[in-house]
Design a protein around this ligand. Structure first.
Ligand code: FAD
Ligand code: SF4
Length: 453
């Protein structure tokens, strides 16, 4: 008879001591000090028709705010950013700048010398962090319009929309299913990108404009009905995100030790004591997007010995950017490509191996089995194959490709209901959610004014 402990999955809390965990989950970037920010700002060419501004989903006047930093007007820089993006603080920390503003910065390739782009994200953070959190909110509300709007979902989309509407003098009631606001800024984004209590501090900043009544623990479709909101408010905005997860249809998915990555990440983000969070010695992550990268890196940083991320296609097809892939590798995560999950194998009800079929791409882009299998021993498996929108019941909203169908202003098939963020089609990024909320707020404001008293 073999050693019984050898047969048990090795899942343990406290693989690292509190000091190491605090270090591993601390801010991943050191902020720029004043001198470094000044030097970096002076690298900008202040381009006319700046490509960085065109690449920013919220259209921030990038050269404008960098020039303000370069001339010592850091508060002015912050105002320039916040005018377009009220969540400029979190976007400075979480935006994939390498594929947005910094990706198109003309300094990338000055005279073919392969220079570094201006560190726009770090400069944005420098400007926003400069604002005194104890000071009055930087924007004033317009005089009261007597109109009221229900916003559902207190993630980036809902918060941006609520702020835009409150600023125009409308009364906003923000309904949130969870007991805390912030959406994925609070429950999803990797802990080391928004450490400490950053997400909650930002919500306090956004709502400090006034006129936003926050109601928690109320879910549309469970505790509140869309018809009631449409009756009681002049307009409705839905920023519901994507609360569902795509299923990974393989045998063994119900074994102990198999988790949805987003659920584990939410638990990690809410944990008071990371040393109490159990993690496997050998971890396999299935997926190729940011969520897969984040759970892989965070497992490693919790002390897992061996973390392998497995994706069914190649590096170029991964949803995670090259920068994120490299970040995972620097953190000790092994990435394997061209492997399709076949089954999860267990012993005593616990997952102990993930088995994959090697695949190759055919001429028409579909995947063909290459005829070999690979088995990866593991104690824990994270499924990170994507999120899905779950409609809040049958509320009469038209869907497109499984999400809420909207026009370019975010208006749904119901004339007084708008939607934005991850619950509509588009880039699933914080900055895009903010832009959707901002655009919808402008459209709702126009609608309310046109529809008089
Ligand atoms: C693990 C992970 C990591 C990510 N990392 C990054 C990153 O590094 N950079 C980046 O730009 N993007 C990242 N994203 C994507 C980004 O977080 C989202 O695009 C963004 O949060 C979308 O904002 P949202 O407001 O549309 O939705 P959410 O942030 O999901 O907020 C939706 C809110 O609505 C609430 N809600 C849902 N249904 C109801 C209901 N029926 N009634 C009431 N309230 C409801 C939810 O509780 C939630 O608070 C990541 C996503 C994940 C999952
Ligand atoms: S593209 Fe680069 S150099 Fe040009 S304005 Fe933007 S940040 Fe400055």
């Amino acid at each position: 008879m073999g050693d019984e402990t050898m047969d048990k999955a090795d899942i343990q809390a406290g693989r690292l001591d509190s000091e190491a965990l605090a270090e591993n989950f601390a801010d991943v970037h050191q902020p720029l000090d004043q001198t470094a920010a000044l030097v970096e700002a002076q690298r900008c060419y202040f381009c006319y028709d700046a490509p960085c501004t065109a690449a920013c989903p919220t259209g921030i006047d990038v050269p404008g705010f960098i020039r303000a930093i370069a001339t010592g007007n850091v508060s002015g820089a912050a105002m320039t950013i916040l005018t377009e993006n009220i969540l400029g603080g979190s976007c400075a920390r979480v935006c994939p700048t390498e594929i947005l503003c910094q990706g198109v910065c003309v300094r990338n390739n000055v005279d073919g010398r392969g220079d570094q782009p201006v560190a726009i994200g770090m400069l944005q953070r420098h400007a926003i962090d400069h604002l005194d959190p104890a000071a009055a909110h930087p924007f004033l509300r317009a005089s009261a319009t007597g109109k009221s709007v229900a916003v559902v979902g207190a993630g980036p989309a809902g918060l941006a929309c609520a702020h835009g509407l409150a600023r125009q003098g409308h009364e906003v009631t923000l309904f949130e299913a969870r007991t805390k606001p912030g959406g994925l800024n609070e429950f999803g984004i990797a802990a080391y990108k928004v450490p400490d209590n950053f997400a909650q501090e930002e919500v306090s900043f956004v709502t400090a404009i006034g006129g936003i009544d926050m109601r928690y623990g109320l879910a549309l479709g469970r505790d509140i009905a869309l018809d009631d909101l449409r009756r009681d408010f002049d307009a409705v905005f839905l920023g519901l995100g994507q609360d569902g997860v795509r299923a990974l249809e393989v045998p063994g998915g119900d074994l102990a030790g198999v988790h949805n990555a987003v659920d584990y990440i939410a638990a990690l983000r809410q944990a008071d004591n990371l040393a109490a969070l159990p993690v496997g010695a050998k971890v396999v992550v299935i997926g190729g997007g940011n969520t897969a990268i984040d759970i892989a890196v965070q497992s490693k940083r919790l002390g897992a010995d061996d973390v392998t991320l497995v994706y069914r296609r190649g590096p170029a097809q991964m949803g995670a950017t090259v920068h994120e892939q490299e970040f995972a590798q620097i953190n000790g995560v092994r990435i394997k490509h061209w492997l399709r999950p076949l089954r999860l194998e267990g012993r005593g009800g616990e997952v102990r191996a993930a088995v994959f079929a090697a695949v190759r791409q055919s001429d028409d882009g579909s995947l063909l089995d290459a005829g070999t299998e690979q088995s990866l021993p593991c104690d824990m498996v994270f499924k990170a194959v994507g999120q899905a929108f779950v409609p809040p019941g049958d509320v009469g909203l038209q869907l497109a490709a499984g999400r809420i169908a909207v026009d370019q202003d975010g208006r749904t098939s119901l004339p007084d209901v708008w939607a934005g963020g991850d619950c509509v089609a588009g880039e699933d990024l914080t900055v895009q959610a903010v832009q959707d909320g901002k655009i919808a707020a402008r459209a709702i404001d126009l609608f309310l004014r046109e529809n008089g008293s």
